[in-house]
Design a protein around this ligand. Structure first.
Ligand code: AHR
Length: 510
């Protein structure tokens, strides 16, 4: 079936926040250590210990914001362990992730140094699960207070005279799970308490983000918005695109849920998979639409003016680790399947730009749906990297609402839309449309009506591969990469195009 897209520029009112293209880097496996931080004495080219190749690649992708230090790690992190001379920093066990020794060589100063090199916004997650209110208060003072104070003096003694600009601060992470196994009502009160002491010093205004629900835990959103909605700027939803969950969920009579890790859960391989697993991931990615719509509807009830943002600060695919690697390191390869599912999720976030103002894919390097993989001094860009690079045209552009009549991709009696798309107009007046085809066998013919926007010229790029599991490796680093796309023709109403099977396309009309 032919698909059609109709753009409605008259309904265009919302900006696509650049932070939807955000990332997340945790002290987990080889994300921070090796992926970002190699130390000043490393043979790998670095600036003050931070890899030059990775910085350049992330800048090219236009990374707008970076969340750190976790994740589950954040609720065990004590920031004072990560300041001062490297030799004197505390060594701790990273109990969540592989039980390895964390030497704290990458701490607050190194994180801000990284953000300055990347020209990206820092987003720090504080410790509610095992940290005190005082500890969190002092961290914010250390980072942002300009003048004389115990924490500002300590910062200066550690070599940083001026405070840093810090806007985004998370008050805990997954406090229904690794962040303290709390009930929503209990965390809502703790959030109110902790957030009171996260202060704005001088001109620095903190944007406070509350730990939000896991997937379809609507009770959590309801309670948080009701009890603490007035005290937050954002609520963080976590949703991983998985074939199977790795938790048992027990629903309590009061609506609260307990998540218990299933040690035997099998999530499928990242590269070696069947079409049923391709289809399952497409379906799981499309479920993001339902989640965003339902959580947004609850938020609308308490916050009709949409002051509080829905922030999806952990999302992405989650498979079994690569055979032979540490199960606690969450290292997985990245294929065309990851690329198409990322495109579906990003299109959904764009199309909900009225409420979704940040998203952070998990995780930047060597962990889960990474955009970069490293092996010693080698670095490769994954298919997911290329999707982020292609979609960067939407950052801060004006969302163009669209109606899609999509063809269907059927598998084993089940179906999902063949096409996902979103569109925006940038500051120069160019119309950018991103489209992906979930069907691994059939091209998608599409007629697009651009609603009277002028279009004299069209250019495009496509990310496509020969198999569902095509990926980049250290031996073949450019197997999957964007190519020019020419299968598009302008016409009276807009354009006609044929989107190849299992592909991601960006079109620019000007
Ligand atoms: O991204 C990996 C982990 O997934 C994070 O640490 C945690 O917040 C989530 O459960």
């Amino acid at each position: 079936m032919k698909s059609s897209i109709k753009i409605n520029p008259e309904a265009a009112v919302h900006k696509i926040d650049r932070n939807i293209y955000g990332h997340f880097a945790e002290h987990l496996g080889r994300c921070i250590y090796e992926g970002i931080w190699v130390g000043e004495d490393s043979d790998i080219p670095n600036t003050r210990g931070i890899r030059n190749d990775v910085v350049q690649a992330l800048k090219d992708m236009k990374i707008p914001i970076l969340r750190w230090p976790g994740g589950c790690f954040a609720d065990e992190y004590h920031w004072k362990d990560g300041i001062g001379s490297k030799e004197s920093r505390a060594r701790m066990i990273n109990t969540h992730w592989g039980g390895v020794v964390e030497n704290n060589h990458f701490g607050t100063h190194e994180f801000f140094d990284l953000c300055e090199m990347l020209e990206t916004e820092p987003y720090i997650c504080g410790n509610v699960g095992s940290g005190t209110v005082y500890e969190m208060q002092q961290w914010v003072e250390y980072m942002t207070f300009d003048g004389e104070s115990p924490m500002a003096d300590l910062r200066k003694a550690n070599g940083r005279e001026l405070p840093w600009n810090l806007t985004y601060f998370g008050i805990g992470n997954e406090n229904w799970g690794c962040g303290g196994r709390m009930r929503a009502e209990f965390y809502a009160d703790l959030y109110r308490q902790y957030s009171t002491y996260v202060r704005d010093y001088g001109e620095n205004a903190i944007y406070k983000i509350a730990a939000g629900p896991r997937g379809d835990n609507y009770h959590w959103t309801e309670v948080m918005m009701r009890e603490a909605g007035h005290f937050m700027d954002g609520l963080a939803l976590h949703y991983y695109t998985r074939l199977r969950d790795h938790n048992f969920v027990i629903e309590n009579p009061d609506g609260n849920r307990i998540y218990i890790k299933d040690p035997n859960a099998v999530r499928g391989q990242a590269v070696d998979f069947e079409e049923s697993e391709w289809f399952g991931i497409m379906k799981a990615a499309y479920f993001t639409e339902e989640l965003v719509a339902k959580h947004s509807a609850i938020m609308d009830k308490y916050d009709p003016e949409k002051k509080v943002a829905l922030i999806i600060d952990e999302w992405g695919t989650w498979f079994d680790v690569e055979p032979g690697t540490n199960p606690g390191f969450l290292f997985q390869q990245n294929t065309m399947r990851d690329a198409v599912s990322a495109a579906i999720s990003l299109n959904i976030f764009n199309n909900h730009a009225d409420r979704v103002r940040m998203a952070n894919i998990a995780q930047t390097i060597n962990v889960l749906q990474a955009v970069i993989l490293t092996e010693g001094e080698k670095m490769i860009l994954t298919p997911t990297y290329h999707v982020f690079e292609m979609f960067k045209v939407h950052q801060d552009a004006t969302l163009q609402p669209l109606e899609i009549q999509s063809g269907i991709y059927k598998f084993n009696g089940e179906e999902v839309p063949q096409l996902s798309a979103s569109a925006s107009v940038d500051a120069e007046g160019k119309l950018n449309i991103t489209i992906c085809n979930t069907d691994p066998h059939n091209a998608a013919p599409v007629d697009c009506n651009i609603g009277g926007l002028s279009g004299k010229q069209v250019t495009g790029r496509v990310l496509v591969a020969s198999t569902m599991s095509s990926h980049n490796s250290f031996e073949n680093p450019t197997q999957v990469k964007p190519e020019p796309f020419t299968s598009v023709e302008l016409n009276q109403e807009g354009f006609h195009t044929d989107i190849p099977p299992m592909s991601v396309v960006v079109l620019t009309i000007h």
